[in-house]
Design a protein around this ligand. Structure first.
Ligand SMILES: NC(=O)c1ccc[n+]([C@@H]2O[C@H](COP(=O)([O-])OP(=O)(O)OC[C@H]3O[C@@H](n4cnc5c(N)ncnc54)[C@H](OP(=O)(O)O)[C@@H]3O)[C@@H](O)[C@H]2O)c1
Length: 327
């Protein structure tokens, strides 16, 4: 594979995919918008192509001549259900239609899904591929609808769906808040219940994308991805504290207070016209006791093993935040 189009290349996940492609001798073509920040991908000297996943015409020229496509563009926060649908669902239709029209011989398309689309796990039982899906937020429902579009194209295009849980690493703003709290000696946790999560370090996610692009076996498959162990929330905040040489004190945020805060922050976001990661809709995701999954299929079929455990990934993330003055 010589050339790969990356949608969402200016984002957190897409940026890591661009880096991994470039490091492995594959030339990335980055779909970007006028407003996209390019600081973190410019150093990989990719080709830039201007486009928008809501504009089918721009996608047709972007996919032409590519050996592969990695679809990372989407929104993880939005002001309305309509917006989630426009970007996470219609955007997928537009891209796969453009591939059928202008590049039906594309060798591989990697669709980045989300564990939020499959729904939370039952206590102690990690989610696996092929299970019944029950998203709890508008974000999760829109990601499921996007995934269904990818699945519906599998008979005509060599699509593989890679489904990460929460991703952390350099350039991510969602986990940054936890590091900032740890710096102040605090480890926030919502409610009394211990919560469980699967996680993946962004560099391992990018390596999994490469495996999906290159393996003959991957087309037409769905793969969940995680770092090998479910993590109690306590373990995550402790690892963050350790990376910063602090022992943050656990601060329990009562459920009612979390709901009130999400309502206020959500309203403020709507007034400003700027979506937030912490509103009443996304709170439904955060309140689930368990978001764990198993990457057994990815390991067995593609031989993929993560390189980073939680402590290593968190330590590297902390170093990056510090070096880039994000902390
Ligand atoms: N982060 C996680 O923990 C996580 C976990 C599971 C799955 N995912 C999935 O991974 C994907 C990327 O997430 P992320 O965390 O990297 O989000 P992100 O940092 O917000 O990046 C989103 C990317 O999508 C682009 N984009 C948004 N709307 C677009 C449009 N209309 N046309 C073209 N590009 C558009 C953005 O471009 P601009 O720079 O121009 O805004 C940006 O490059 C999403 O599909 C998400 O559901 C993420």
């Amino acid at each position: 594979m010589k050339t790969v189009l990356v949608t969402g290349a200016s984002g957190f996940v897409g940026g890591h995919v661009v880096e991994a492609l470039a490091r492995n001798g594959i030339r990335p073509r980055c779909l970007v918008r006028q407003s996209s920040r390019l600081d973190f991908i410019r150093e990989w000297s990719p080709e830039f192509v201007s486009g928008d996943i809501t504009s089918p015409a721009s996608l047709e020229s972007a996919v032409e001549g590519m050996d592969g496509v990695v679809h990372c563009a989407g929104v993880t926060r939005a002001l309305s259900v309509k917006d989630y649908w426009r970007f996470n669902v219609d955007g997928c239709s537009n891209l796969y239609r453009a591939c059928l029209a202008k590049n039906p011989a594309v060798r591989r398309i990697v669709h980045i899904g989300s564990l939020a689309a499959l729904g939370p796990s039952a206590a102690g039982i990690p989610v696996q591929e092929g299970q019944e899906r029950h998203p709890v937020s508008n974000y999760g429902s829109s990601k499921l609808a996007g995934q269904r579009i990818a699945e519906a194209h599998m008979d005509r295009l060599p699509v593989v769906i890679l489904i990460p849980p929460a991703v952390y690493g350099p350039f991510d703003r969602a986990f940054l808040g936890l590091f900032t709290c740890a710096k102040r000696g605090l480890a926030p946790a919502i409610g009394r219940e211990e919560r469980w999560v699967s996680l993946i370090y962004a560099k391992d996610l990018a390596r999994a994308v490469l495996a999906c692009l290159e393996s003959e076996k991957a087309a037409g498959k769905e793969y969940l991805l995680e770092d090998g162990h479910p993590h109690a929330w306590r373990e995550v905040t402790a690892a963050i504290g350790q990376s910063m040489h602090t022992s943050p004190v656990r601060v329990r945020i009562p459920l009612m207070l979390a709901k009130l805060a999400a309502t206020v922050i959500g309203c403020a976001a709507r007034c400003k016209g700027k979506p937030t990661f912490f509103d009443r809709d996304r709170l439904k995701d955060f309140l689930q006791p368990s978001w764990t999954c198993s990457s057994a299929r990815l390991r067995t079929e593609l031989g993929f093993a993560p390189k980073y455990n939680l402590a290593q990934g968190i330590a590297e993330t902390c170093r990056w935040y510090t070096e880039h003055n994000w902390l």
